[in-house]
Design a protein around this ligand. Structure first.
Ligand code: SAM
Length: 290
């Protein structure tokens, strides 16, 4: 009985995701496509990405170029990112070159990117602040997910409203679901949300849940091969309250269940213990979700 129910739920969620994949393929905003498909990365941006200290998981050159193009085109002066590192350097340099602004970076492990962050803080005309965010198991509109709200909502609110948000963390099995619930109320109209690694199945599922649960968001660009990792861009067209979606909720529960079964998660479970997810600095890349 339980097995039949489980199979039915899997089919329901898979069908819903397939439907949304069709939406993914059809969603293209000409301007964003133009900003994302420029191929030649200027030497200075390449250097920023390549000289980044100890950055195995930094952003691709293609994403660096897209971020820089976007900031220049839209004049984005208040940027928030999840996951500091090479992206922070690219964002801060771009903000500085449009005359200055603010960069807020939510980071789980400030020590891993301390050297790069020191450089960020010296970039002219940029008010940069690192916000330490610890993902914590929470229950929300789309099931169980790792949320940042408890650890950093007040800091995020105090630097709002944001016109551009890059979501490139948390890493491993934490999943990226917590990004939109944290920032949704703090966006300017037409703000852009950029999701790195959007070619991976877990990130696609996250996109599906966001699109179903936050009707104010629409997908304006999706390229699963972008920079070798995939890219999705969402626009916050109008502020509409989040809504409950059965398929998003079930999909969230299903992904949480697969996290529970992940062997790396089992090893680290004692450190997470439904509290702050404090992984050690030596966590292996194999713990990444695929
Ligand atoms: C994809 S990385 C973020 C990369 C960042 N946006 C950049 O461009 O460099 C996501 C997160 O993984 C974590 N991370 C990276 N390397 C790590 C390591 N060796 N051990 C533990 N966590 C690590 C950091 O918290 C980081 O923010």
């Amino acid at each position: 009985m339980f097995a039949i129910l489980k199979k039915k739920l899997h089919t329901l969620v898979d069908n819903a995701i397939l439907l949304d994949n069709i939406i993914l393929k059809n969603s293209e905003d000409e301007l964003i496509v133009k900003l994302a498909t420029q191929e030649r990365c200027p030497e200075n941006l390449k250097q920023i990405v390549n000289n980044c200290v100890g950055n195995v998981w930094g952003i691709s050159e293609q994403l660096a170029l897209f971020l820089s193009n976007t900031i220049h085109h839209f004049h984005s002066k208040n940027v928030l990112e999840f996951g500091a590192g090479s992206s922070s350097l690219v964002l801060a340099h771009s903000i500085s070159s449009i005359g200055g602004g603010k960069l807020s970076s939510i980071e789980q492990h400030p020590t891993w990117c301390a050297e790069n962050w020191k450089i960020v803080q010296e970039i002219e005309n940029v008010d940069s602040q690192m916000i330490v965010g610890k993902p914590k198991w929470s229950f929300g509109i789309s099931g169980i997910y790792f949320s940042f709200k408890e650890s950093c909502l007040s800091d995020v609110a105090s630097r709002a409203p944001y016109d551009l948000v890059l979501i490139d963390s948390p890493q491993f099995f934490f999943g990226r679901d917590g990004g939109v619930p944290l920032i949704y109320d703090y966006l300017v109209p037409n703000a852009l949300i950029i999701l790195d690694d959007a070619g991976r199945q877990f990130e696609k599922n996250t996109l599906f849940r966001w699109l179903r649960s936050y009707p104010g968001l629409s997908l304006v660009y999706y390229a699963p091969e972008f920079g070798g990792k995939g890219l999705a861009v969402l626009r916050c067209h109008h502020k509409q309250s989040p809504q409950f979606s059965f398929s998003a909720f079930i999909s969230g529960i299903r992904d949480s269940y697969s996290i529970f079964k992940n062997s790396e998660f089992k090893k680290l479970r004692t450190q997470i213990s439904f509290g702050c997810g404090s992984l050690t600095e030596t966590a292996s890349p194999s713990a990444r979700k695929n």
